[in-house]
Design a protein around this ligand. Structure first.
Ligand SMILES: *Cc1c(COP(=O)(O)O)cnc(C)c1O
Length: 374
C-alpha cells in the first residue's frame, strides 16, 4: 500500500532518543530547551518558542494566554482539523464557523465581515496545506475590528511568508509536530508568542501553573516549594519527544526538497487534466503538508475507491466541523463553499519517503481513471 502520509525516521532520531533513554532523564529538561532554541533559530525570530505535547495543547494555551474566555466568539474556518475547534471549546468559547475560499480552502474574508459581532474576540485562521499567503488580510481585518489572531500553523512549519519562515510575523503562531506533520516529535507542538507576558503564562500553564518550573527543569531540577497563580495543565514536552524533534529539524532541508519536488511533479502532470482541479496556493513558498485536489462531477468517492484498489491510499482534509453533532447549532447558516469542497476534496499521497516510481504510478492511475470516466 502506498500511504497517503507517514513519519520518516532515520538512524539520527534513533540515536538521539537512545541518548535520552540512556541518560535516564525522560521528562522535560535539556533536550526540550535545545529544541525550543533550535526552532527559534530556524524561524529567525527573537520571539518566545514554547514546546508542548501537542498542537492542540499549543492552540489551547495560546487562547488562554490571550485571555479568551467563556462566552467569547472566535471566527474559525469550518474546514479544519477538529483540533482547532476543540481548542476553542476547551476555553469555553464559541467557534463561529466561516466559509472558505473554493480554490484555497482558506478562511473567506467576505464571510468574516458578515460574521463579526460585538462578541467576537479573536480569529483563528488555518494555514491550509501550508499556505499563509492571505495572512496580511487577516491581520488587517483583526486590527480594524480590534480582535486577536491565533494562527493555526499546524500545516505550515518551515513554509515562507513574505520572505520569512512562518512564525516570524504574527502574534501567536501554533505548530503541531504530530507523527505526520512537516516535522514530528512523535507527538508535540509549539507556540511562538510575541508578547513576553503571554509567553510566561504559557510556560507555567504547561506545567500545572507551577511558577518558573520550566526554568528549573531546563537545568534538570524541579520545584518542590512553589506558588500557583492560574490554571495549568500537564502539557509540557518530554525529552524523548524533543530528541526526535531535534533530529527531524536537522533533516528539514532534505524534507523540504523532497516535498517540493513531489508537489511540483503533481502540478506538472495533473494541472491540465479535465475532471480535477488543483488548489490555487502559493506552492513555491510552501513546504506543503498535504496535497489536496478537487475532483469534479461527483467523482471523488469513485476515484478514492479506484485508487484504493490499486493500493494507493488517499485522505480527506477535512469534514466541515459545523456538521458534527457536538458543534452543530440551529443558527449556523449554510457555508456554500464548504458544502462543495466536502464532496470534492481528496488528498493525494505526500510524504518524505514517497518514491518517484510510486508517484508516477499514482499519476498514471489518476489519468486512467479520468480517461475512463469522462
Ligand atoms: C495536526 C493539526 C492540529 C493539532 O495538532 P496535534 O499535534 O495533532 O494536536 C491542529 N490543527 C490542524 C489544522 C492540524 O492539522
Amino acid at each position: 500500500m502506498i500511504r497517503q502520509s507517514k513519519s520518516s525516521i532515520s538512524s539520527l532520531e534513533i540515536k538521539l532518543t537512545t541518548n535520552v533513554l540512556k541518560r535516564e532523564f525522560l521528562g522535560m529538561g535539556q533536550e526540550v530547551q535545545e529544541f525550543e532554541l533550535a526552532i527559534q533559530k530556524f524561524i529567525g525570530t527573537k520571539k518566545n518558542v514554547i514546546c508542548v505535547n501537542s498542537g492542540t495543547a499549543a492552540l489551547h494555551l495560546a487562547l488562554l494566554a490571550l485571555n479568551i474566555k467563556c462566552g467569547d466568539d472566535i471566527l474559525v474556518p469550518s474546514i479544519t482539523y477538529v483540533a482547532s475547534i476543540q481548542a476553542i471549546k476547551a476555553v469555553g468559547a464559541n467557534p463561529i464557523f466561516c466559509d472558505v475560499g473554493k480554490d484555497n480552502v482558506f478562511i473567506d474574508i467576505i464571510d468574516l465581515q458578515k460574521k463579526i459581532t460585538k462578541k467576537t474576540r479573536a480569529i483563528m485562521p488555518v494555514h491550509y496545506a501550508g499556505d499563509s499567503s492571505n495572512m496580511k488580510l487577516i491581520y488587517q481585518f483583526a486590527k480594524e475590528n480590534n480582535i486577536k489572531v491565533i494562527e493555526d500553523a499546524a500545516h505550515s512549519f518551515g513554509s515562507f511568508y513574505r520572505g520569512k519562515r512562518v512564525g516570524f510575523f504574527g502574534d501567536a503562531i501554533c505548530f503541531s509536530f504530530d507523527g505526520i506533520k512537516n516535522i514530528t516529535s512523535g507527538e508535540g507542538g509549539a507556540v511562538v508568542m510575541r508578547k513576553n507576558k503571554s509567553a510566561s503564562f504559557i510556560k507555567d500553564a504547561r506545567l500545572l501553573g507551577v511558577i518558573n518550573d520550566s526554568k528549573k527543569r531546563y537545568t534538570n531540577n524541579r520545584s518542590y516549594t512553589f506558588d500557583v497563580k492560574h490554571i495549568g495543565f500537564r502539557y509540557h514536552m518530554s525529552n524523548i519527544n524533543a530528541a526526535i524533534g531535534l533530529a527531524q529539524l536537522s533533516r528539514f532541508e532534505t524534507f523540504s526538497i523532497k516535498r517540493k519536488s513531489i508537489v511540483k511533479n503533481y502540478i506538472k502532470h495533473l494541472s491540465s487534466l479535465k475532471g480535477i482541479r488543483l488548489l490555487n496556493l502559493e506552492w513555491d513558498n510552501m513546504v506543503a503538508h498535504i496535497f489536496p485536489v478537487r475532483v469534479l462531477n461527483n467523482k471523488r468517492d469513485q476515484l478514492k475507491n479506484f485508487l484504493l484498489k490499486k493500493n494507493i491510499q488517499t485522505g480527506f482534509h477535512y469534514m466541515p466541523n459545523h456538521k458534527l453533532s457536538f458543534f452543530k447549532t440551529k443558527k449556523i447558516a449554510s457555508l456554500p463553499n464548504c458544502e462543495v469542497l466536502s464532496k470534492e476534496l481528496i488528498t493525494l499521497p505526500l510524504h518524505n519517503d514517497l518514491t518517484i516510481k510510486n508517484q508516477k504510478y499514482i499519476i498514471e492511475n489518476i489519468i486512467n481513471f479520468l480517461n475512463d470516466y469522462n
